[in-house]
Write a protein that binds this ligand. Sequence first.
Ligand SMILES: [Zn+2]
Length: 608
Amino acid sequence: MPSPVRSFSAATIAALVVWIAPTGPLSAQAAVQSAPISAVRYEVTFDPTTAATRTLRVGMTFDVTGAGPVLLSLPAWTPGAYEISNFARWVSNFAATSGGRALGWDKLDYDTWRVRADGAKNVTVTFDYLADSLDNAIAWARGNFVFFNGTNIFLYPEGRSTDFAATVTVKTDPSWLVTTGMKPAGAARTYTATNYHDLVDMPFFVGQYDLDSAQIANKTVRMASWPKGSLKGEARTTFWDHQKKILPAMGAVFNDIPFDTYTTFIVFDSTSGGGSALEHQNSHLGIYTPLLTESVLFPSITAHEMIHAWNVKRLRPADMVPYRYSQPQPTTWLWVSEGITDYYSDVVLARSGVIDTTGFIVLTQGKIEEVAATPPVALEDASLSTWIHPADGTGYIYYQKGSLAGLLLDIMIRDASDNKRGLDDVFRELYQADYKQKWTGFTGEQWWAAVSRAAGGKSFDEFNAKYVDGREPMPLASVLPLAGFRLTVDSIREPRLGVSSAPDSSGVRVVEVQPGSPAEAAGLRPGDYLVQVGDISVRDPSFGEQFRSRYAKAEGTNVPVKVRRGDQSIDMQMAVRLALRTEQRLTLDPKASAKAIRVRKGILGGGT
Ligand SMILES: [Zn+2]
């Protein structure tokens, strides 16, 4: 999500503007190695004083156990958020001392500090970190609250093993809370990790927020939400009801629940155009518009991120084992790591009764429509290219298209095995053979061999060549009926504004006004912020749906449109005009065979 940022509309995707930095250290620096260090301790201070400047005060103390300068680096990205962010950008006031004596330092490259220990045995480095990025891979502070990721602030010794243990102590106001997936270390607000990968995979909440916990499937499940009181009443009860249902359903897919505690971190902010969350091994952190809790997207994102605790945080492609923090780590397999995770999000919601068959159909049809509206792209290519955020709209389509590929593979396996096996078996096998045994990551050969085995030896070479490596349209119309689904193509007339828009931190910005459209006739211009159409707020995640249904029969009438242009608020009148759109509609096939119905029930019920 950022990304892996899970984005929920083409508009959100279009809104992502990312500065791509030169990639990673120069090859000449590959051999560069820090002096060895040990006894690594980090200290993070966030209290009412540092909160006033949205700053984290970071300290790192260690013993130097060899000669030469100490080279300390910050990651360029957070695993799961497949983009280069260069967290060193937000560092200021860097200093290095030993026993109160200042040590010399300079930069070796833009994210590496070279500290001259000069024989000092014990060294402390300190810096300030500006927490003003409302991005689930970075750090963000408000008066009484901060969230941050370990990748943002925990320096590592360049060119040394990541297998070093460390502790983290958080200093804060005595009345404020600290929550993280890290293991408590005994001392107050002190936590421990046995290696750098675990250390940076456990984000923190510090400050004033709501915190609940429950025992589910013999695990401690927590929910931390900010601001206080933002998730209350029925919405909070529903969240917990869903947790009780989905965690066991996920465990059933993999025959394992690989964590002792799981924490859902939630930040509500009205500038969020929708919702996006980032997965970790025993938590996820999501940033949502407050309106999202009423939408199926909320449990859907929650389930997606939790499934990542198995698929990606533990079972993942060999290309991403181990994570390398200093440079991009592209893989052709995000269609499995993200797309099929999204398929399982739908499946788990259905299997646990959070959604019914109709809900599953609606989610699947939405993906079919998004793929249809995107230029043809191979799943492998889309997976690889996400790092550069392609401008043609294909940069995140491996979510929806990969999810559909998961559905097709599940159907084909179940069809070939008379519903005795499904995609669950592929994941179970790989999870056991790779994550539980050797953890080197799965290869393409292993993946396709497991798929083929589950399908009784059926070859998937053609599927791979055409739809994964190739750009051919996926065989939805021929495969979906094997699970009792039917895909029909309808032409529908519906109201259309004639603008493309994208949410940013100021609102929903008009990016383009189509010539000859009602929006152009009304006087809308690119750069305007859409506020309201009729009585529907454009910030409502279901704005498009509401608009289309409200004005479906209003051709020719005028609708009031509220727009912000600079600091001016403008009221316009816009004529409703209907335009033709082709819609692929997914329904239950009334003529489905008994076998197809068994396959469908297997998918939606979890059985074979
Ligand atoms: Zn994801």
